[in-house]
Design a protein around this ligand. Structure first.
Ligand code: IPD
Ligand code: CA
Length: 273
């Protein structure tokens, strides 16, 4: 166990270094008049050249520092390693915010254990999420707690323990396909009168960090991919929150994260099968 913790701490250091390097790249080398390089599931699901360059940097650094590990990245990086560790990376989470220069996007880097042929079941053991605009670096490893560093100052994070839904600040997000968004909007309309208020930040990785930091009492979103949630999920758990992942349809998962009582209460209301 002690060895595991030492190893997880080493993986956290690497996650931090990589998130910082990629975060600096997407700010420092953002071209003037950045445009959309490609679209994915719909015309609004965009990729910029900086998503690709950020993922390339993460891949190059991991190949250099951890040649035996696997890698799964949002923009297509996919290698199977031999060490038992798979890195799950989102080179820019909140790409639409990035495109519009809204200051809520991040690089998310997680080291995971488990079977890489079932990425939705990978277990994060170390991770970092970096917002290069605010300078906030969220980081942690299994058994080591969750932390927020801003420049030289580091603090421990504690998730909300709120038990009353009517007092809860609720976060959520929406997918990129119109039909799915309509359903997600209808579900939110049912909930909005039962909570304190609602926030939609535009980066699932940062939403989960907000849960870890107690800035949101609870968060749910359907259709997240492993790269959106891997690092943030670990940080919520390390901060004393709960993350529940429910199967909806094949290939579609509902993630609910927050205080233990609110996750219990919300899970049956938001999960649709
Ligand atoms: C998206 C963001 C958004 C969430 C979407 C994600 P991307 O990731 O995390 O907040 O609502 O489900 O796909 O496309 O910006 O990397
Ligand atoms: Ca993402």
């Amino acid at each position: 166990m002690a060895d595991d913790l030492t190893d997880f701490a080493t993986l956290e250091t690497i996650a931090r270094d990589l998130a910082l390097a990629a975060g600096r790249l997407i700010v420092d080398e953002r071209p003037v008049g950045l445009g959309v390089a490609a679209t994915k599931s719909s015309a609004t699901d965009v990729v910029t050249e900086m998503d690709r360059r950020s993922e390339q940097l993460l891949q190059d650094e991991l190949t250099r520092r951890r040649p035996d590990d696997g890698l799964l990245g949002e923009e297509g990086a996919s290698t199977v390693g031999t060490s038992g560790i798979t890195w799950v990376v989102d080179p820019i989470d909140g790409t639409v915010n990035y495109l519009y220069q809204l200051p809520a996007y991040a690089v998310s880097v997680a080291a995971c254990t488990g079977d890489p042929s079932q990425p939705e079941l990978l277990e994060p053991v170390a991770g970092a999420v970096y917002n290069p605009i605010t300078g906030e670096l969220f980081h942690g490893h299994r058994g080591g707690g969750a932390h927020l560093s801003i420049r030289e100052v580091t603090q421990s994070l504690r998730a909300s323990q709120e038990g009353d839904l009517s007092l809860a600040l609720l976060g959520t997000g929406f997918g990129y396909e119109a039909q799915i968004r309509r359903r997600q909007g209808a579900l939110l309309a049912e909930l909005i009168g039962d909570v304190r208020d609602v926030r939609r930040g535009g980066s699932a990785a940062l939403d989960l960090c907000s849960v870890a930091a107690g800035r949101l009492d609870v968060y749910y979103e359907s259709g997240l991919n492993p790269w959106d949630r891997a690092a943030g999920q670990l940080l919520v758990q390390e901060a004393g929150g709960v993350v529940r992942i429910e199967d909806e349809q094949p290939g579609r998962l509902m993630v609910i994260a927050g205080s233990p009582a609110l996750v219990d209460e919300l899970a049956p209301r938001v999960t649709t099968r």
